[in-house]
Design a protein around this ligand. Structure first.
Ligand code: SF4
Length: 333
C-alpha cells in the first residue's frame, strides 16, 4: 500500500463522522476534517471538540446564498420537514471536492450508513449523491463500504477494503461497539443538528417560501427568532418572546439587508417588541400593535407604542383587535 494518502473527512461531530476519521487514521491515511455550516445548523462546538479529540485539523465552510435555492426548491424533494437532504449532501460534497483539490487530498470520506436515515441514506440516494456531486469514484463511505461498489481508493489500495465495514440500517449498536473498541470516551447522542428537520421550524420555512416575494437570507435568519404571525401573503408580524429576543429583533431590523419595514416598542407597558415584514400599511401596523397587547399582563388604560419606520418615528395608542387575539402563530420555534 502506497501510504500516506490524504483524505478529506466531513465532520459533523456526530458518532458516524468521528468513527470514519478514526478508521482512516487506523489505516495510516492523513485526514483533513471539513465541517459544513449552514444558517440552519448548530453544534459547532461539538465538531470542534471532536476534531480536537481525534487530533485532526478542521476547516469550517459556510453555505453561500445559492444554498437557499435548494431549500426553496430542492431537485430531490424534502424529508419529513423542510430538509432537502439529498440536495444538501450534493451541495456539501461539491464544496468538499473544491476543498480536496485545494489541500491536495486524494479522496473524500463520509459517515453515511446505508439505510440509516430515511432521506439521503437509502442506497439509491447514496448513488444519486455520489453521481451528482461528481465524486462517484472518490467518495468512500467506510462504515458501509463493503455493501457498496469499490471506489478508487479501495481499488488502488490506498485503503484496505477488508478493514472497512458493512453497517446497514438504523441500529446504532454496532457503531457504539466500534466506538468503544476505539476507546471513545464520550459517545454523542444522535441528532441532525439541523433545524430544517424540526417540524415546527419547518412550518415557518414552508410559510416563508410559499409566499409571493422571494425570501432572502435575512428572512431565513429571522425564522430562528420570535413568534411569527402571518397577517396576509405579503405581511408577517414577529413578536419577541423575551427581553433578549426583543433586542435581537431590533438588531435584525437595523441590519443592512433587513426586509422588515417597522419595529414597534411598547412605551408604557411591559410587552413584546413587534417587527413588521411587509408593506407598513396603517391596518398592518394596528394589527402588530394589537398583538403586543395580547402578550401583555397589565395593559394600561392608554397603551402607547412607538413605531419606527423608514419614514420616522411616531407614537400610537394600541387597541385590542379580535383578529389579533385569535390568529395562530405560524410556529414559535
Ligand atoms: S439534516 Fe440538514 S444539514 Fe443534514 S443533510 Fe439534511 S438538510 Fe443538510
Amino acid at each position: 500500500m502506497s501510504n500516506p494518502r490524504r483524505c478529506v473527512a466531513l465532520l459533523s461531530g456526530g458518532l458516524d463522522s468521528m468513527l470514519v476519521i478514526r478508521i482512516m487514521q487506523e489505516q495510516g491515511v492523513e485526514v483533513e476534517a471539513l465541517n459544513f455550516k449552514t444558517i440552519f445548523t448548530c453544534c459547532q462546538d461539538q465538531s470542534s471538540q471532536a476534531a480536537r479529540d481525534l487530533g485532526v485539523r478542521m476547516t469550517v465552510v459556510g453555505q453561500e446564498d445559492d444554498y437557499l435555492d435548494l431549500v426553496r426548491k430542492p431537485t430531490f424533494g424534502y424529508g419529513k420537514g423542510a430538509n432537502p437532504c439529498v440536495d444538501c449532501r450534493i451541495y456539501m460534497f461539491d464544496r468538499a471536492k473544491v476543498f480536496m483539490d485545494q489541500v491536495g487530498a486524494d479522496f473524500i470520506v463520509s459517515g453515511e450508513v446505508v439505510g440509516q436515515r430515511p432521506m439521503s441514506q437509502k442506497r439509491k440516494d447514496l448513488n444519486v449523491i455520489s453521481y451528482h456531486s461528481d465524486l462517484e469514484d472518490l467518495l468512500l463511505r467506510p462504515l458501509s463500504a463493503k455493501l457498496l461498489p469499490k471506489t478508487l481508493p479501495e481499488r488502488e489500495g490506498w485503503v484496505d477494503r477488508e478493514k472497512l465495514y458493512a453497517f446497514e440500517g438504523r441500529s446504532r449498536k454496532g457503531l457504539i461497539k466500534l466506538a468503544k473498541q476505539f476507546g471513545f470516551e464520550d459517545i454523542p447522542t444522535p441528532s441532525t443538528g439541523c433545524a430544517l428537520t424540526e417540524p415546527r421550524f419547518s412550518q415557518k420555512v414552508f410559510d416563508l417560501i410559499e409566499m409571493p416575494t422571494l425570501a432572502q437570507r435575512w428572512d431565513f435568519e429571522l425564522l430562528k427568532h420570535g413568534r411569527h404571525f402571518r397577517y396576509n401573503p405579503e405581511t408577517k408580524v414577529i413578536l419577541g418572546r423575551d427581553l433578549e429576543e426583543n433586542y435581537r429583533l431590533v438588531a435584525l431590523h437595523e441590519a443592512p439587508d433587513a426586509t422588515s419595514t417597522a419595529i414597534l416598542c411598547p412605551e408604557n407597558y411591559y410587552g413584546p417588541h413587534a417587527m413588521l415584514v411587509g408593506p407598513p400599511h396603517a391596518d398592518a401596523l394596528e394589527f402588530a400593535a394589537a398583538l403586543t397587547l395580547r402578550y401583555t399582563r397589565d395593559v394600561p388604560a392608554t397603551p402607547r407604542v412607538r413605531i419606527d419606520t423608514a419614514e420616522g418615528s411616531s407614537v400610537v395608542v394600541a387597541k385590542a383587535r379580535e383578529d389579533a387575539d385569535q390568529i395562530q402563530t405560524v410556529a414559535t420555534m
